[in-house]
Design a binder for this molecule. Structure first.
Ligand SMILES: O=C(O)CCC(=O)C(=O)O
Length: 321
């Protein structure tokens, strides 16, 4: 099996993360194509490893996804998706209806059956911004729905989300499906921690930078490592308490976590998409019909490809609106 090393990350870094990135020059050439301040956003991203946009996500799309999720909980046997409950990921049909009604359930890659989800993944500012970060169109790799705070310990995404052909072409968006309360276990992130001089590379064993089934080290050891790196660099965590309509985008090497839920009564409904670029999209994840213009949702310059391995063609209600 090929072992991935720090050079595989460094050699695939997006232009914006390279030492000689010239944002002034880039914006002179491409700045007209967007209706936000591209220079400000790219500069912020390079320094901090995240950006947020306020009130850009259409509320009707969010409501449509919430409706799809409720429908899915009741008609789950009609859909070929994976769900996650208490760390166990398995086909949705192997859960009971009672389990799928529980607070902790996450639905994986609902964008394959929910048009609302696909369109939320490709919201204009996200597709456009990431298209500039990657200098190639943004492509959704996978998504997750959250009902409550995840309370996931500090981590970075790249050891886990790694099917893209260029490792460092990785980013994620986080869309609240409701206003997020500070006691609901909001997302927490560490500004500037995406820089490799801050994070360095966690060694999963024999120099590998990715979590593999035979890794010698475990995810909790990555958390201990990152917490120590943050402490040594003096980086304080920041909390993201967005309003419905906002979106947060983070770099594949930004340290982040789900903070502690302080009020168990509160939900923290959210939708996360992990992205790569079109030029790094894994060919085996692309439906053959995508070449002919079907087999993908294409919006705002970004792509959500149908997975070729899915046999069923049922769609959630938002697809028919
Ligand atoms: O929303 C959260 O609490 C964490 C999400 C996350 O870490 C991820 O999807 O990578």
């Amino acid at each position: 099996m090929k072992k991935f090393l720090p050079k595989d990350w460094i050699n695939s870094a997006a232009w914006i993360d390279q030492e000689n990135a010239n944002i002034d020059e880039y914006v002179k050439r491409h700045g007209d194509s967007v209706d936000f301040d591209l220079h400000e956003k790219l500069t912020f991203w390079r320094e901090k490893g995240y950006v947020a946009f306020e009130q850009v996500v259409p509320h009707d799309l969010i409501d449509a996804l919430a409706g799809d999720i409720e429908y899915l909980r009741k008609h789950y046997r009609d859909f070929e998706l994976y769900a996650e409950l208490r760390g166990v990921i398995k086909p949705i049909g192997e859960f009971s209806e009672e389990e799928l009604g529980l607070d902790g359930v996450k639905f994986n890659s609902i964008q394959t059956v929910s048009l609302a989800a696909a369109r939320l993944s490709l919201v204009k500012e996200v597709s456009s911004f990431l298209g500039h970060v990657f200098q190639s169109p943004a492509c959704a790799l996978q998504s997750l729905t959250f009902y409550k705070g995840s309370q996931q310990s500090i981590h970075v995404d790249y050891p886990y989300v790694r099917c893209q052909t260029q490792l460092a072409k990785l980013a994620a968006s986080w869309i609240p499906l409701e206003d997020i309360q500070p006691e609901a276990g909001p997302l927490v992130y560490y500004p500037g921690s995406h820089k490799t001089e801050i994070s360095d590379f966690f060694d999963w064993g024999d120099g590998s930078i990715l979590f593999e089934s035979d890794s010698k080290r475990q995810p909790h050891e990555l958390s201990v490592y990152l917490a120590e790196r943050m402490k040594n660099a003096g980086i304080e965590p920041e909390v993201f308490c967005p309003k419905k309509g906002d979106v947060f985008i983070w770099h594949g090497n930004l340290s982040h976590e789900g903070s502690k839920i302080l009020n168990e009564e509160l939900t923290r409904r959210s939708y996360v998409t992990h992205f790569t670029s079109l030029d790094a999209y894994p060919p085996e994840h692309k439906h053959p019909s995508a070449k002919n213009g079907s087999g993908a949702v294409v919006e705002n310059g970004g792509y959500c490809f149908d997975y070729p391995w899915l046999k069923q063609t049922n769609k959630l209600p938002s697809w028919t609106i």
